[in-house]
Every structure is written in structure tokens, then in C-alpha cells.
Write a protein that binds this ligand. Sequence first.
Ligand SMILES: [Zn+2]
Length: 75
Amino acid sequence: MPQFDMILVDEADAKGVDVIEHTAGSPAREGGGDETYRCGGCKTKLLVNVDHATAHGAVVKCGKCGRLNTEPHHH
Ligand SMILES: [Zn+2]
């Protein structure tokens, strides 16, 4: 199953986007596919075994390091 490191973005880049709040200790989203996404800062797994549609365009705030991540736009 593919695993990707997400790209860090700043608050301005995430303006107007729905931010998924991740809580340290459990993935923000889990299930539905085979792609796993890690925080681009601290490598915490934020989205686990999700399908690409779930990750596409998503912005996730890491519950561990507090940074904002977006998907790396692979296809
Ligand atoms: Zn992090």
C-alpha cells in the first residue's frame, strides 16, 4: 500500500479550506482505500488506508506538531 508524506502549508494557504483536525494518537481519517498519508513535519500518520478521493485537496492539521498539511498531488 502506498504511503506519502504530505506537504506543509501555512495558515494563509489554508484560508477558506475545511481543515481536518487530527488528534495525536489516532488517524484523522481511516479506511476506505489503501493510501496512507504522513505529516510532512513529524511523520505522524494522519490519513490511514484512505482512498485517493478522501485525501485529494484535503488540509489536515497535525495534532502532534500543529502544522497544516495538504496532499502531495500525485496521480
Ligand atoms: Zn506533525
